[in-house]
Design a protein around this ligand. Structure first.
Ligand SMILES: Nc1ncnc2c1ncn2[C@@H]1O[C@H](COP(=O)(O)OP(=O)(O)OP(=O)(O)O)[C@@H](O)[C@H]1O
Ligand code: SF4
Ligand SMILES: [Mg+2]
Length: 303
């Protein structure tokens, strides 16, 4: 294992950050499993526990409704008087800013970390600070205003552009440094699947919401997400059932997730209005039927 990937951030074996988990020198799969257990136990013992959610990541299988839920949740939190930052960390899908009612994308955060010889010189000093407050983020990187802002990590746009590791690293760095005060919340739209967990991108969030649709794969992945989030020491983990057609399906999904130890925090029914907005790539309407359901989810998160 390369030192670069040390899960606790040690620069080399035996430096002061090293917890001697054994991953560096594991030679067998049994030794690697033992090292993973030590890492898991370490994160669980050292997790920062916030009394209320401040950094909420929406995760789940592709297409389950993470971006839709991000937009709904952000709007509900803003309506309750919070200052909300939405962070788009999906390096593929382009349309979240449209769902949020914005006309233009902000500048990508990755542009501060990528050496692009043709790019204009950008002042990235704010990203190098040890702590970053919402007001430290320049307007060109955070669109919106009036208590609601939107940031994008970046998108893969060209063939042979390279892998998305650098984007994952900048998300982790930004999340670690972002310091939120009372009534300030960041809602993070994650890329589909669990690769980000493998990279430890969610390490600095305090709340994981797995969005789950009525499919075996989606529910299986929610169980895996909960397991991985626990292994990172994240204290608040729940599932939001989405695109649910009937009460019977809701009950079956809740039962299945219960067997996996995943708590359901709310349900959004299949909503033709939401589907239409997604189809047309336009902002979610304020009168959509999910409004009350999402208010219930916010209430349950803050209880
Ligand atoms: N409750 C719902 N009722 C009806 N349609 C929905 C609902 N939630 C989401 N959709 C639709 O499902 C599709 C996928 O939603 P969305 O893009 O939010 O998923 P995602 O998890 O972010 O996908 P990806 O993994 O590709 O990022 C969209 O067309 C959206 O409009
Ligand atoms: S032994 Fe574990 S904690 Fe120490 S440097 Fe290697 S991976 Fe990191
Ligand atoms: Mg999405």
């Amino acid at each position: 294992m390369g030192l670069f990937h040390c899960p606790v951030g040690a620069a080399y074996y035996d430096d002061e950050e090293c917890i001697d988990c054994g991953m560096c020198y594991a030679k067998t799969s049994a030794e690697r499993v033992e090292a993973s257990k030590k890492i898991r136990a370490y994160f669980q013992a050292h997790a920062a526990r916030n009394a209320v959610p401040r950094k909420i990541a929406l995760c789940g299988k592709g297409g389950v409704g993470k971006s839709t839920m991000t937009a709904l949740l952000a709007r509900a939190l803003r309506a309750e008087g919070n200052r909300v930052l939405v962070l788009d960390t999906d390096e593929s899908n382009p349309g979240l800013y449209r769902l949020l009612g914005l006309e233009r994308e902000p500048r990508y955060l990755i542009s501060l970390r990528k050496r692009d010889p043709g790019a204009i010189e950008l002042d990235g000093a704010w990203l190098d600070r040890e702590q970053i407050a919402l007001d430290d983020i320049p307007a060109e990187f955070a669109a919106g205003g009036n208590g609601f802002r939107f940031m994008m990590i970046g998108k893969i746009e060209d063939p042979f552009q390279g892998c998305a590791c650098s984007m994952a690293n900048v998300v982790k760095e930004f999340m670690e440094k972002l310091t939120l005060g009372d009534g300030e919340i960041v809602v993070i739209d994650m890329e589909a699947g669990v690769e980000s967990f493998g990279r430890g991108v969610e390490r600095f969030v305090d709340t994981i919401l797995a969005v789950v649709e009525p499919s075996y794969e989606s529910m299986a992945l929610a169980g895996k997400i909960a397991y991985m989030a626990q292994g990172m020491g994240i204290g608040r983990i729940g599932a939001v059932l989405n695109k649910v057609p009937t009460e019977n399906v809701r009950a079956r999904m809740a039962e299945e997730l219960g067997k996996k130890g995943v708590k359901v925090v709310g349900t959004i029914l299949f909503d033709p209005g939401l589907n239409e907005a997604g189809f047309e790539g336009r902002p979610i309407a304020s009168e959509d039927s999910a409004r009350e359901d999402i208010q219930g989810i916010v209430k349950s998160l803050f209880e």
